[in-house]
Design a binder for this molecule. Structure first.
Ligand SMILES: Cc1cc2nc3c(=O)[nH]c(=O)nc-3n(C[C@H](O)[C@H](O)[C@H](O)COP(=O)(O)OP(=O)(O)OC[C@H]3O[C@@H](n4cnc5c(N)ncnc54)[C@H](O)[C@@H]3O)c2cc1C
Length: 380
């Protein structure tokens, strides 16, 4: 067993770290404070090949493996969790769904643009009344000649305002349960789409999160991803891949908070010595380091399984639940180590704590991940 990174993975790690330090760190606090979408950074990430990392070169992607991809998301999120999730959604949910399930028309017309960074994608699954229970969605599409007509609404759509196109799951045969949904890709400027007011969020404030209303939105039948009735299958495979991205985002936040805590604990003196000399503080750091190391191995193992063509359902769920809870744990401890200063915007750990929480909620809550894991171990 060899835990070392390959030359290519190490190069990705270094490039992502340099980018995060030079391009993301300088404005990260202001973007969080003023809710500014990181447009320039996203465009540059596209130029660097980070928006379609696991897409094959044939379709204008970077042709990297999943291990390299999760390393990149970790490095980006270590500094800027908002940019991390924007990048992750485009890679894991949009590009992956199109690469795995799209036909040549969909790949040539849409995947290329998402993969080379010309277009940014948003993934539309959740609705006001359907979150964890995705199948209870109300949005529908009916067939009309060689088009489908979408009606309904979607909630909480990350990048919904700043993207160029949507991937949406709707019911096309409402009585057919799992086999009655279909996934479509459509440009944002398709007539009939109304974008709601951005949500005011606790964290990842540089992302835009909006509701969308679809009223008689016409989409060509050839824009379907996968077969008609296969929407749920497409969604589940995209979410397995997406969970690795969110796990990597959580891991990056945990690592960033840990580094801030180490730095501060060595600088801050009380009772005549750096606070890192107190066992109560150093044990917190030891526990953070242990959880981060465990989280990273779990995530890279799940990513390795995906690259090896092995199933990743429970492993992706384990990585997601562990990395996201490590993010909240480490950010909370980092605030504690900063004392009163950690409770202010003068130090980045306050933002990291706000950013960490969402990783336990989106792309399947921690409760849902545990259901996935429990079903797998109980063989149900
Ligand atoms: C900032 C942000 C960005 C998002 N981005 C996107 C996006 O880009 N695209 C998209 O489609 N969605 C997005 N979402 C939606 C997100 O995926 C959902 O919020 C999430 O899946 C949970 O759904 P819900 O909020 O409706 O909670 P609910 O499903 O109503 O759950 C409420 C609580 O009940 C628990 N619960 C539910 N069912 C069970 C059960 N069977 N057993 C035990 N506990 C259960 C949940 O774990 C949770 O604690 C985003 C959400 C946020 C907040």
């Amino acid at each position: 067993m060899d835990f070392r990174l390959t030359e290519e993975q190490e190069m990705v790690r270094q490039t992502a770290r340099d980018f995060a330090e030079n391009e993301l760190r300088p404005g990260v606090a202001e973007r969080d404070d003023k809710e500014i979408f990181p447009r320039e950074a996203v465009d540059k990430l596209g130029e660097l090949g980070f928006m379609g990392m696991i897409v094959s070169e044939e379709w204008d992607g970077a042709g990297m493996d999943t291990v390299a991809y999760v390393i990149a998301i970790e490095e980006i999120s270590r500094v800027d969790a908002s940019t991390g999730i924007i990048c992750s959604i485009n890679n894991s949910l949009i590009c992956y769904a199109l690469q795995m399930h799209g036909d040549d028309y969909v790949k040539d017309t849409f995947l290329r643009k998402f993969a080379n960074g010309t277009w940014l994608g948003a993934f539309c699954l959740t609705e006001p009344g359907s979150g964890s229970d995705a199948l209870s969605m109300k949005s529908t599409a009916y067939e009309d000649g060689d088009e489908w007509v979408i009606n309904g609404s979607k909630n909480w759509i990350t990048s919904g305002k700043n993207c160029d196109a949507y991937v949406i799951v709707v019911k096309t045969d409402p009585d057919a349960g799992h086999h009655g949904t279909t996934t479509f890709v459509l440009p944002k400027d398709t007539p009939g789409i109304t974008i709601g007011k951005p949500e005011e969020k606790m964290g990842i404030r540089a992302t835009d999160t909006v509701s969308l209303t679809f009223q008689d939105v016409r989409v060509p039948a050839k824009n379907a991803i996968g077969g008609f009735g296969d929407g749920f299958k497409v969604m589940l495979s995209a979410l397995d891949s997406g969970r690795l991205g969110v796990a990597a985002q959580g891991l990056g936040i945990a690592q960033g908070a840990f580094e801030e805590a180490i730095k501060y604990s060595k600088e801050r003196e009380q009772f005549g010595k750096p606070i890192s000399h107190f066992q109560a503080i150093s044990f917190k750091l030891a526990d953070m380091a242990t959880r981060i190391t465990a989280a990273r191995q779990l995530l890279r193992y799940a990513a390795w399984r995906k690259d090896a063509g092995l199933p990743i359902g429970p492993e992706a769920a384990m990585a997601k639940v562990y990395c996201s809870e490590a993010a909240t744990y480490c950010a909370l401890e980092a605030v504690q180590i900063h004392g009163g200063y950690g409770y202010t915007k003068d130090y980045p750990v306050e933002r990291m704590l706000r950013d960490a929480k969402i990783t336990e909620i989106y792309e399947g809550t921690s409760e849902i991940q545990r259901i996935v894991i429990a079903r797998a171990i109980l063989d149900e």
